[in-house]
Design a protein around this ligand. Structure first.
Ligand code: C5P
Length: 421
């Protein structure tokens, strides 16, 4: 949706951090600072965010829903029952839609209700339902802000990972001076941008495969490849640092498991396939970085095969293509594949993008001593349906961060195109 203010006509100014494609549910609670909320909506939208406003009943006594509807270009929701009119989203839809729930101003009463986990109005219900980050810009009389109950509520909310913006100190509407003023809209926008500057995948779930697979010939021998798993592990680190909940399904490697990442260790292509398919539901992005064996011995021997003087022929059968299976699973994941090529990089990568119905493919030329499979550095040429980008030779950890940023960008673009906003 274009919105009243739409995106900046000249693209965003690089000095100002962008909120491009960020979906924000702005909650407004009852407080005099609510008179600044229309300005906040406008400034969030100027940076490229889509904003849907949810007001508590008492907020409507301070600022009119019609004003917020006009500036946001979207229906304003005030209570759960109003959802029945079919125009606005319900609390579940709003909670799912949001990349961020921002409550500004957040009253003392709202902080208390949020801490309690109440769901007795639409805004509280959205906060309870969402998996997106929540940010609060408290605004209240300075005594209320310093009251032990409020102080304790804020400690608990912070512990739960809720982000606090302000309050600022200064003259208050009640005539007192002290902490409790809502931060100015521009300062709130800056802090929101800061939150997302390096957190392009906040609230997203990312499934990654890494490493080689081992295909048994007999109990002691196997077929494998030279994949070290380093790129996949670096991607897991980078996606986690970008705010995603990461599940890493790894073949046998000698790397240290990444912190705060769910690690599932497997050996064979068949086990990797099974592990991926059991985890695919509910994920947003799949990155198939593993060097999965294309063939596996058709009938691995149950006991160690004995040496003999005659030739030995092994019958190999194809493994399932995990990446193509995820792309075709109907779960709507944004799928990213890798292509290790020795020649005709662009042509082969684009063909693979199409054949496996992927959203993106990261191709690299293998064979040189300084890049690819078993080395610390790599260079990638990334392709998607209507574009491509070269990520020049760099360490795998740096390259992983750049690739994750690019995946986040393309993922958001695809998502916006799908919902038409
Ligand atoms: O077709 P090719 O094997 O070159 O494609 C490589 C890409 O496909 C990688 O992203 C790899 O993780 C994935 N792949 C897979 N399952 C297979 C073979 C490859 O997921 N059986």
């Amino acid at each position: 949706m274009a919105g009243v203010y739409g995106p900046h006509p000249f693209g965003y100014n690089r000095a100002m951090k962008s909120l491009q494609n960020l979906r924000i549910v702005l909650g407004i609670t009852g407080g005099i600072a609510a008179y600044k909320s229309p300005d906040l909506v406008r400034r969030l939208m100027e940076r490229g965010a889509s904003v849907r406003v949810v007001m508590t009943t008492s907020a409507t006594a301070f600022v009119g829903p019609l004003t917020l509807q006009a500036v946001s270009g979207q229906p304003v929701a005030t209570n759960v029952l109003a959802m029945a009119d079919g125009n606005a989203m319900g609390h579940i839809e709003l909670a799912r839609w949001a990349d961020l729930v921002l409550v500004a101003p957040a009253s003392a009463d709202f902080l208390a209700r949020l801490r309690m986990g109440r769901a007795d109005d639409l805004l509280a219900a959205v906060c309870l339902t969402t998996t997106a980050p929540i940010a609060l810009a408290p605004a209240m009389n300075q005594q209320m802000w310093q009251a032990p109950a409020t102080v304790e509520n804020c400690v608990v909310l912070r512990e739960r990972g809720i982000h606090m913006i302000g309050p600022a100190a200064g003259a208050q509407a009640c005539g007192e001076v002290g902490p409790g003023r809502m931060e100015e809209p521009l300062a709130i926008v800056e802090q929101v941008a800061e939150m997302f500057a390096n957190r392009a995948l906040a609230g997203r779930k990312v499934l990654i495969t890494a490493g080689p697979t081992r295909e048994p010939i007999d109990p002691v021998r196997y077929i494998t490849n030279r994949s070290s798993g380093r790129m996949g592990y670096a991607l897991a680190d980078a996606a986690r640092d970008a705010g995603a909940a990461v599940t890493l399904i790894s073949g046998p490697v000698t790397l240290t498991p990444p912190d705060q990442v769910e690690l599932i260790s497997v050996e064979t292509a068949a086990q990797m396939h099974e592990a991926v398919m059991s985890k695919v539901v509910g994920q947003d992005i799949f990155i198939g970085c593993a060097a999965v064996a294309d063939y596996t011995p058709a009938a691995p021997a149950a006991r160690k095969m004995k040496k003999s003087e005659v030739d030995l022929a092994l019958t190999l059968q194809p493994t399932a293509d995990i990446l193509a299976a995820v792309a075709g699973s109907g779960n709507g994941l944004f799928t990213v594949g890798f292509a290790a090529e020795t020649d005709n990089l662009a042509l082969n990568a684009r063909a693979k993008l199409q054949r496996k119905a992927l959203d993106m493919i990261a191709a690299n030329l293998v064979g040189g001593p300084d890049r690819g499979f078993d080395s610390a550095d790599n260079e990638l040429h990334v392709f998607w349906a209507d574009g491509d980008r070269v990520l020049p030779l760099a360490s795998k950890s740096r390259l992983a961060r750049e690739l994750v940023a690019l995946i986040a960008e393309r993922y958001q673009a695809a998502r916006s195109a799908n919902v038409g906003d």
